[in-house]
Design a protein around this ligand. Structure first.
Ligand SMILES: Cc1cc2nc3c(=O)[nH]c(=O)nc-3n(C[C@H](O)[C@H](O)[C@H](O)COP(=O)(O)OP(=O)(O)OC[C@H]3O[C@@H](n4cnc5c(N)ncnc54)[C@H](O)[C@@H]3O)c2cc1C
Length: 255
């Protein structure tokens, strides 16, 4: 199957890129390996998306997904595992199939950093969660532990204090208290761009190197959103990148 634009990731950046590329008359395929909408869908309330004060992340992304689909973007629940350049096109391999695309937009975002091997072993069979608002209610009246030392860890603790019987707070690599029934992990986020190594330049943490023009080191490959090297990782900047990357991809196709 051949598409003009293949987009990896159906978060804010990828869906916005899909809207712009579809409106420019291009055939668009968006791949999503997790949940459509990306990382914001667990946020109960977004207060800084212009035009929709206190909308839930899930509702916001549902609207944007519907908009992309109505404009013609196709979405497939497949994980992209490899991209190879073949002359002037790209071969996109997923966990299910292969596709040809004229241009690629990488919009893979970030994912939560996992526990260290030592702490994962320590946690044993206990539940591990990366989202207190999603899973906290399951531990009503039970002792839980939050791992992490940043702002997110503090927010997770504040949320869980209203639910759990006790909320322990430990740092990365500390031993996990024996009586904690669930481990809430808030130790930052990481990229998952390993398979792009060799195709595009990445920094030491795996972020795709590109400026505000979203142009990568590989002609025909563009990057949008949180997986790009940038200062501000927010919804509006992800959406802006999506638009810029899509316009650049459309220009590349007409060259
Ligand atoms: C709890 C929380 C609250 C937040 N609150 C706010 C807020 O209030 N306001 C704000 O502006 N920002 C907020 N942010 C930040 C904001 O969510 C992000 O900046 C934004 O969602 C990034 O969008 P993205 O499209 O770049 O990446 P993501 O949302 O991470 O989307 C990337 C998508 O790509 C998919 N993917 C990854 N690899 C592959 C692959 N190989 N194949 C197929 N699909 C793949 C992922 O599954 C994911 O769905 C919050 C973040 C979190 C975690």
């Amino acid at each position: 199957m051949k598409y003009d634009v293949a987009i990896i990731g159906a978060g804010m950046a990828g869906l916005t890129a899909g809207i712009y590329a579809s409106r420019a008359g291009k055939s668009v395929l968006i791949f999503e390996s997790g949940a459509i909408g990306g990382q914001i869908i667990t946020a109960p309330s977004v207060e800084n998306w212009p035009g929709s004060f206190r909308i839930s992340g899930a509702d916001l992304m549902q609207d944007i997904k519907n908009q992309a689909a109505e404009l013609g973007a196709e979405i497939r629940y497949e994980e992209v595992v490899e991209i190879a350049k073949k002359d002037k096109t790209f071969l996109v391999t997923t966990d299910e199939d292969e596709y040809i695309a004229g241009t690629i937009i990488v919009a893979m975002g970030t994912e939560p950093r996992r526990l260290s091997e030592k702490q994962a072993k320590d946690a044993g069979d206990r539940a591990i969660s990366y989202c207190a608002t999603c899973d906290g209610a399951l531990y009503k009246g039970k002792p839980v532990v939050v791992v992490g030392s940043g702002n997110t860890a503090k927010q997770e603790m504040a949320y869980l204090k209203n639910i759990a019987s006790k909320v322990y707070h430990i740092h990365h690599d500390d031993p996990i208290p024996e009586d904690a029934e669930a481990v809430f992990v808030a130790i930052g986020r990481v990229t998952n761009t390993g398979f792009l190594k060799g195709l595009v330049d990445l920094d030491d943490n795996g972020y795709v190197i590109a400026g505000e023009d979203c142009v990568t080191s590989c002609p025909g490959v563009f990057v949008a959103g949180d997986c790009r090297v940038k200062e501000v990782r927010q919804l509006v900047t992800a959406a802006a990148d999506g638009a810029v990357a899509a316009e650049a991809a459309v220009s590349y196709l007409s060259e």
